[in-house]
Design a protein around this ligand. Sequence first.
Ligand code: CO8
Length: 264
Amino acid sequence: MTEFETILLERKGGTDGKGVVGWITLNRPKALNALNAQVLDDVIAALDELDRDDSIGAVVITGSAKAFAAGADIKEMAPKSYMDMFLADYFARWDRLANFRKPTIAAVSGYALGGGCELAMLCDILIAGDNAKFGQPEITLGVIPGIGGSQRLTRAIGKAKAMDLILTGRMIGAEEAERSGLVSRVVPADDLLDVALEAAQTIASMSLPVAMIAKEAVNRSFETTLAEGLLFERRVFHSLFATADQKEGMAAFVEKRPPNFTNS
Ligand code: CO8
């Protein structure tokens, strides 16, 4: 796999009949994985590579034990003018992750602040170590969240809690994050990477097109009415009966054996 300046890109899993996982580790330890332009370029290039690789069925993004990411790079942003930010449409390209079609898991240990919390929320599933700390402290820097925090956090945890975090800038721990609906699982910090790999391998063992369609269906719920979303789901559900993987999955159940999906 390609080598990058600010991230490590690996391929994991794939043994014992398990699915193959693309593994991205943010790697700017001296800056607590602060997200600068290079990190963005590297993550996008890695996602492009993982997208092209048909053997990859899920992707995990993680950081270090101390920090998933402590936010956008404040030192890079500090001197910028309005026109710098506007003309570059600063950080709009993180949409690449939101629009990435294969399932993604954020495995969060330590700080996930500002852009770090937003990066985790761009993933489909968020698994936290019990040492994780989440927050949107932008207001303490004289700005507001800029990679979706005011929108995705509010959808994830509701208005009262989102207002609390965004207006006070306070951090919450993993337990409060799970209670609030931001996080799907909290696990002992030492087990985080194993649990994330296990979950990603499980997803990668499914039919990739079916997993991609399931992800699309859940994401529709954020963009449309209930009636339209339900119709979308039902029509897509019907369409899966044109796939070999539906035939295989149901035949395997009836024959009491594991399915052998062929992504077709
Ligand atoms: N940017 C740049 N450098 C950082 C960042 C950051 N976000 N966070 C930490 N660092 C650096 C520190 O400057 C320090 O570097 P140095 O050793 O050269 O002084 C190094 O990482 C270690 O950090 P600390 O010494 O501060 O470590 P502590 O353990 O004492 O504290 C904290 C850890 C609490 C996480 C602390 O580092 C902190 O508060 N960091 C900033 C958190 C923050 O405010 N994040 C939000 C950033 S703003 C943002 O994300 C906006 C996103 C939207 C932008 C979109 C634009 C459109």
